[in-house]
Design a protein around this ligand. Structure first.
Ligand code: IPE
Ligand code: IPE
Ligand code: MG
Length: 254
């Protein structure tokens, strides 16, 4: 199969799944009904990613700032996380999805930490899709934990301060083995990053949609992927340079 880039597909999609509360409110339901409904969108987007050959999908499920929500909502989100792990992992495994959780997991209830470890171990050898769920995650947390681990390496004599460059720094972030996000989607109408993968999204294409997360289905996701396919990624070069490079590599492929 041609690579994701050759098919003008993002190899890594990162999504801020926003708008659950408003979806519920529009229907006169409690906010938590929106979170429950949102699980269906997760399923749809995961399966569509597998079908389309997206290699990595990173979903923002709970931010380091979300602890500030009412206690009852936080509790229900934790319960939903546990039950989603219980109910979905078998299906993910059947679809050859490798699941990883990124974020500061020590803050989670023991039961949840245990289930996370089990799900990661079960799916560790799968290679159809890397699914990362960002939970108690913050982009700044990620950068700070990388800095802390680098300093520990320096103190232990394993790393020279002069050797620290962008690549070494990036190797200490949460998912050094995976490509950086190509496409960064936010549902729910807000146009902000809300402390999601900050460093790694330095060159991601941003896509904002008013569609609320529980209403974000395969076709809404398809629109985002189609929009991405029409973009020209320049990485600092000129548009003409990018066109020439694309023509040369198409020629080289025959
Ligand atoms: C996103 O939906 C889910 C989480 C942050 C856990 P919200 O709960 O933020 O929904 P809105 O933005 O209030 O509609
Ligand atoms: C971002 O959504 C976090 C998740 C989707 C998990 P929020 O709804 O918490 O973002 P803000 O606070 O409105 O920026
Ligand atoms: Mg929100």
């Amino acid at each position: 199969m041609a690579s994701a880039a050759e098919r003008r597909m993002p190899s890594h999609v990162a999504i801020i799944m926003d708008g659950n509360g408003r979806w519920a409110k529009q229907r006169g339901l409690p906010r938590t009904a929106g979170h429950r409904e949102g699980v269906k969108s997760v399923r749809a987007v995961v399966e569509e990613s597998v079908r389309r050959g997206v290699e990595t999908l990173t979903l923002f499920a709970f931010s380091s700032e979300n602890w500030q929500r009412p206690r009852t909502e936080v509790n229900i989100l934790m319960e939903l996380f546990v039950s989603a792990l219980r109910n979905e992992v078998k299906r993910l495994h059947e679809n050859q999805v490798r699941l990883r959780i990124i974020g500061e997991r020590s803050a989670f209830p023991e039961k949840l930490q245990h289930r996370i470890a089990e799900a990661e171990a079960l799916t560790a050898d799968n290679n159809r899709l890397n699914l990362q769920v960002a939970a108690n995650y913050g982009g700044r947390w990620d950068i700070v934990q990388a800095a802390r681990r680098m300093l520990a390496d320096v103190q232990a004599g394993r790393l020279q301060p002069e050797a620290i460059d962008e690549q070494v720094f990036a190797e200490h972030l949460s998912f050094p083995d995976l490509p950086e996000p190509d496409l960064f989607i936010r549902t729910g109408g807000e146009q902000r990053l809300s402390n999601f993968v900050l460093w790694q999204s330095a060159y991601a294409e941003l896509y904002f949609t008013d569609t609320l997360w529980p209403a974000f289905n395969e076709s809404a996701y398809g629109l985002a992927l189609d929009d991405y396919a029409r973009r020209q990624r320049r990485f600092g070069r000129t548009g003409e340079q990018v066109e020439t490079l694309a023509a040369v590599s198409a020629y080289a492929r025959g």
